[in-house]
Ligand binder design. Structure first.
Ligand code: PLP
Length: 365
């Protein structure tokens, strides 16, 4: 019986950087500074340098980052926000939590990304923003989206899965009016707990975001607006600072694994491999198969863990029913029935990709 290949192994990364991570943690514990201190400030500067953007506002999670971004844009009751139905729920949850109406739109079957035509058709005079999710680490074309929906509508980039992804050398998170990042442990750049950040090229928006994440306060005990308590803690910031210098190398390793998967699976009948594109950071390697469930069973039998990201489209979720009556999104629905994500993390040994693909071949004979 062979060892199980996990879909993600977070201990591999921790082990590789154990000494540095533990030293950083001890440094913080001994410092007496625990929330919004020098580590957070240094991390925000380092992230800004990495992304090529001046304004990075860290916060407590990727979900909060989206909420803060929409709130800073002044979005609330009466407004509509276009959101793809094929993404993690937080992309829509944030819009709903502001009091706005999430309007679900379809995806492009070749990229899994929010579809331009679907957005164009969904725009009304209440539409204030589009959440463009760089799903699975594939950079979406923000400029084309802005062109499709018009200049009055804000583009909010959801970069939770795309840290380090680029289009023509420019990082995701620097194209739209505002962008959100998540440092949840499983993301490409992950902390040892929750964390997130908002980025914007607009200094006024940045000011608002800094106040919003800290109870709507710019000056202690002066509250101009209702905000949130959404701050990053020093421990997570210090750990992220240890990991940040490695992100390019890690993303390159993901790219090599994705190439290897595609090379081996391209000829496989009944499998549709994900398209590669320059600057993709492969948060997930997700294929399509009309016999997805049988495929997943065979993989499990052969000791390979796989996951369905995502089994239920957002417009079919109970929580979003009030905004989804009569909504039908055929591409999203079909993709939810056929998608399967394979093991993908930088420390995955490339030789194991062959074992995984052999199992997939077995399922198709
Ligand atoms: C993970 C994720 C989020 C939410 O991030 P958290 O840090 O878990 O709150 C939002 N959008 C997408 C696409 C995600 O994958």
């Amino acid at each position: 019986m062979s060892v199980t290949i996990p879909i993600l192994d977070l201990t591999a990364q921790y082990t590789a950087l154990q000494e540095e991570i533990e030293a950083a943690a001890v440094r913080v514990l001994r410092s007496g500074h625990y929330v919004l201190g020098p580590e957070v400030e240094a991390l925000e500067a380092e992230l800004g340098a990495m992304l090529g953007l001046g304004n990075v506002i860290s916060c407590a999670s990727g979900t909060d980052a989206l909420c803060l971004a929409l709130r800073a844009l002044g979005i609330g009751p009466g407004d509509e926000v276009l959101v793809p139905a094929f993404t993690f729920a937080a992309s829509a949850e944030a819009a709903a939590l502001t009091g706005a109406r999430p309007v679900f739109v379809d995806i492009d079957p070749d990229t899994f990304l929010i579809d331009l035509e679907s957005c164009r058709a969904a725009v009304t005079d209440r539409t204030r923003a589009v959440v463009v999710v760089h799903l699975f680490g594939r950079p979406a074309n923000v400029a084309a989206m802005q062109e499709a929906v018009g200049p009055e509508i804000a583009i909010v980039e959801d970069c939770a899965q795309s840290f380090g992804a680029k289009t023509a050398g420019q990082a995701t998170g620097t194209f739209g009016q505002v962008a959100s990042f998540s440092f949840f442990p499983s993301k490409n750049l992950g902390a040892c707990g929750d964390g997130g950040a908002v980025t914007t090229g607009d200094p006024e928006l940045a000011e608002r975001l800094r106040a919003l994440r800290n109870h709507g306060s710019r000056q202690p005990y002066h509250h101009e607006t209702l905000g949130l308590n959404s701050r990053l803690d020093e421990l997570q910031a210090a750990i992220l600072r240890v990991k940040l210098p490695h992100i390019t190398e890690w993303n390159n390793k993901r790219r090599l694994l994705a190439e290897r998967y595609t090379e081996m699976l391209r000829q496989q009948e009944g499998i549709r491999v994900p398209e590669s594109v320059e600057g993709h950071v492969w948060h997930q390697y997700t294929l399509l198969s009309p016999r997805r469930d049988a495929l997943q069973e065979q993989l499990a039998e052969d000791g390979v863990e796989s996951r369905v990201y995502y089994p239920i489209p957002l417009h079919r979720q109970e929580a979003y029913a009030q905004w989804a009556s009569g909504v039908s999104l055929p591409v999203t629905e079909q993709v939810c029935r056929q998608c399967l994500s394979l093991p993908m993390f930088p420390e995955l040994h490339p030789a194991l990709v062959e074992r995984i693909c052999a199992s997939i071949a077995r399922a198709h004979t």
